[in-house]
Design a protein around this ligand. Structure first.
Ligand SMILES: Nc1ncnc2c1ncn2[C@@H]1O[C@H](COP(=O)(O)OP(=O)(O)OP(=O)(O)O)[C@@H](O)[C@H]1O
Length: 755
């Protein structure tokens, strides 16, 4: 829709006016911040001068303490009011150049007043009249912009639903305070605007999508009815973007009771965490906590002298396994699938319940050959006393009992040492010294044992876990108890697992079950402060992982965002497992689908969709580009030449962000060796890489998860590299990282996935 000249002038004048008001407010706040900072500093400097310190008698002491408390109170009040002004100032500085990005005109039913609502990153009131000049994008009324085309519309406030008619929906492009363009939009939010946003180049950091959030995305962002919200979204449909916008929305809506440190985002890896780290600050919010499942598991298993494999090494194993699987590899693959299942979870829980009654093997507390507290004594205490308590509470009690016993033993030892040493002539007359020495010696002997008690190291949890795979009788009876069949490959899984555990290796697939069992036995360490847990790349988690997360965050609501088409882990290959996740969470669950893909051009989306003919549906956004290019190389040398030529050609076209995507770590290393001489700025990305900096990078496909690049080159899309069914989704994931250009090189025959 074209917008007339008069309208332009009105809008430009309003923009100028609003900016001037913001600038005035900034000046005012600047001064306030200075004053409050100064006041706080003065109080801090004079803190002790303003306190009457008198310690002569008890009354004086009480008065002094009261005086200190009062002064501390004054100081913290002043610091709070400084912080308030400072935050308000920061917010205005953030919006002054782009105060708003859209406008809606709305007439409430029964009224003739047509209200103009301008929407931006944060609200701003006219300092004199208190009129709202800008509405926060998260305010209830702003929902009209995201949810409705012009026509009948309504929005809901905490008190009521307001009906009316939306007369106009307008979007602005404002940069450095200048109105560059504006569009009146119809059904969806600004196709023109969206076209422009999506045609831009990829960046070092992900950006917010606040100006062009689509209706289907908005529903997810604002959902606060469901305790578990599951989003199945196509590659590039905006899952990560939506997750971050949702966090910002919840922080606004529940600003009186919710803070960023009560929200946690589970990311696929540290590189991704870095990539998304600026979205919340861009929206004027503090970042939530970010972590990876791997970090959590490592933290829980730290200290145990075990070699814990990480998820990437597991993936490398799966991707490098021979086409005709060796029996050992087949056993491991079956094991990975089974150990991620709800069936295995039930067996572990039944095992935990049985261990309440019997079966935990405790190690005794000894110094040298002398047993201080025997395993029988511990077992007796544990299984005969307080049997009605939870396992965790019983452990706590037992810990206290053991520590108490060790304290007594230490005291006796101290006395014994004292008695013995005091007979030595050199200590005569040095009684104080002697006492100190005796205490130290006794402490030194008993200290490690107390630490062992404190850390519950007298229970061999890995040993208990291993027992499941050593005693056929035990496992079979537990499985029977929970009415689960043993998996077909049980014998092979059993042998493989017990031999690895005996060598002290914890495979990634065993890490969560082991931590889970540890939680049952030792008392689960829960994180009660977390109110929202958001899991990105949710398809990569097994039902077992979800059960663990549920236990870990008992008070949290969950948002799980994933794409079955990109399930690259062997444990995540069961299609449609979302419903079982819902069941596992045992709570009201809503599943929402996002099918439209915004990242890639139509040509790339269509090409990638052919890789997964039976996958989840994907609909491209209407943005055209070049067809993906296939290039056959005669050998490795020719491949290097072609890759180098393509990268250079892209650079000549001004393309800045490029990725050469390989399958495995080994292929990545080899390709890097061959290419780096010709492409000196090539960045080699490994699982240890922490920072994402756009440029030309080379990386294995699994590390490219969640990321995007202007141009993607699949290093070798040949049949020798991608042919197994288990590699199809990884291949798909790699291709869908491209925004504008996709090229696939191959040696020999192309992969059957693209024939
Ligand atoms: N409403 C929108 N407006 C503008 N850009 C959008 C919108 N939705 C998504 N995008 C863009 O599309 C790209 C893909 O988004 P995002 O990474 O959030 O998708 P995803 O579903 O998490 O992708 P994947 O699963 O493939 O990693 C990003 O560049 C994002 O900015």
């Amino acid at each position: 829709m074209t917008i007339g000249q008069d309208e332009w002038q009105l809008e430009a004048a309003r923009l100028m006016n609003v900016r001037e008001q913001i600038e005035r407010k900034i000046e005012e706040l600047d001064a306030t911040v200075d004053i409050r900072r100064g006041d706080a500093e003065t109080i801090r400097l004079n803190f002790w001068n303003d306190i009457s310190v008198n310690v002569e008698n008890e009354d004086d002491l009480i008065e002094t303490a009261a005086s200190i408390t009062q002064q501390a109170h004054v100081l913290s009040g002043q610091e709070r009011s400084y912080k308030l002004a400072y935050d308000a100032l920061r917010k205005l500085e953030q919006i002054v150049d782009t105060p708003y990005f859209s406008r809606i005109d709305f007439v409430e039913a029964g009224s003739s007043l047509e209200e103009q609502i301008y929407i931006g990153l944060a609200s701003f009131l006219d300092p004199v009249t208190d009129e709202i000049l800008i509405y926060d994008w998260r305010a209830p009324i702003s929902n009209l912009f995201y949810d409705f085309p012009p026509g009948p519309a309504s929005y809901t406030t905490p008190e009521m639903t307001i009906e009316g008619e939306l007369k106009l929906k307008r979007q602005y492009m404002i940069k450095s305070g200048q109105l560059l363009n504006m569009f009146d939009t119809g059904i969806s939010i600004g196709d023109e605007m969206l076209q422009q946003m999506l045609s831009r180049n990829a960046d070092d950091k992900m950006h917010s999508i606040v100006t062009t959030i689509q209706r289907e995305q908005n529903l997810i962002i604002r959902d606060d009815k469901h305790k578990v919200l599951i989003v199945q979204g196509a590659a590039g449909s905006g899952k990560t973007s939506v997750a971050l916008q949702r966090i910002a929305y919840l922080l606004y809506k529940y600003r009186k009771t919710l803070s960023a440190d009560q929200m946690i985002l589970f990311s696929p890896n540290s590189l991704f965490s870095d990539y998304v780290s600026s979205v919340l600050p861009e929206l004027g919010e503090t970042n939530m906590q970010q972590t990876t499942l791997q970090d959590y598991l490592s933290y829980r298993l730290a200290g145990a002298e075990l070699m814990v494999e990480d998820s990437y090494d597991q993936l490398e194993f799966v991707l490098s396994a021979d086409t005709v699987l060796q029996p050992e590899d087949a056993a491991r693959l079956e094991g990975i699938r089974y150990k991620g299942s709800a069936a295995f979870l039930q067996v572990i829980e039944a095992y935990g319940a049985r261990l309440r009654q019997e079966g935990i093997r405790f190690s005794s507390f000894s110094v040298g050959a002398k047993v201080l507290i025997s395993s029988e004594q511990i077992s007796g205490f544990f299984y005969e006393k307080q049997t009605t308590m939870s396992l965790g509470d019983r452990m706590e009690n037992m810990k206290e009992w053991i520590t108490g016993r060790l304290d007594e033993i230490q005291l006796e030892a101290e006395k014994r040492i004292y008695r013995k040493l005091s007979k030595e002539p050199k200590y005569i007359g040095a009684d104080q010294e002697l006492k100190r020495m005796s205490r130290q010696k006794a402490q030194r002997a008993l200290g490690p044992l107390k630490e062992k008690a404190e850390k519950l190291q007298f229970i061999d949890v890995p040993g208990l876990y291993r027992q499941l795979f050593e005693s056929s009788e035990l496992y079979a009876s537990l499985a029977r108890e929970v009415r689960q069949e043993l998996p077909e490959a049980w014998e092979a899984i059993k042998q493989y697992t017990s031999s690895k555990l005996k060598q002290g290796h914890i495979m990634f697939e065993d890490a969560t079950p082991l931590v889970y069992l540890k939680g049952i036995i030792e008392g689960q360490q829960t994180v009660n402060t977390i109110r929202y847990a958001i899991v990105d790349e949710a398809q990569d988690y097994s039902p077992f992982h979800y059960a663990y997360l549920r236990k870990l965050f008992p008070r949290a609501r969950f948002t799980l965002l994933g794409d079955w088409n990109q399930g690259i882990y062997a444990h995540a290959s069961q299609e449609g497992a979302y419903s079982s996740i819902g069941e596992l969470m045992a709570e009201e669950t809503e599943t929402v689908r996002l099918v439209k893909s915004y990242r890639s051009t139509r040509e790339i989306v269509e090409f990638a969709s052919r890789i997964l003919p039976h996958g989840e549906p994907v609909e491209p956004f209407n943005r055209s580009g070049e067809e993906p290019r296939l290039e056959r190389a005669s050998d490795e040398q020719d491949l290097t030449r072609r890759v180098v030529a393509s990268v250079k050609a892209w650079a000549d076209q001004g393309i800045h962000s490029m990725a050469i995507i390989c399958k495995t770590k080994q292929e990545t290393r080899r390709a890097h060796e061959l290419l780096v001489g010709h492409l000196p700025h090539l960045q080699l990305i490994t699982k240890e890489t922490l920072h994402f900096a756009a440029g030309v990078m080379i990386l294995p496909a699994y590390l490219a998860k969640g990321l995007e690049f202007d141009a993607v080159l699949i290093y070798n899309a040949g049949r020798q590299v991608y042919a197994e069914e288990r590699e199809r989704k990884l291949f798909y994931t790699a291709c869908t990282r491209a925004l504008h250009q996709l090229q696939l090189c191959y040696v020999g025959e192309p992969s059957p996935f693209i024939m």
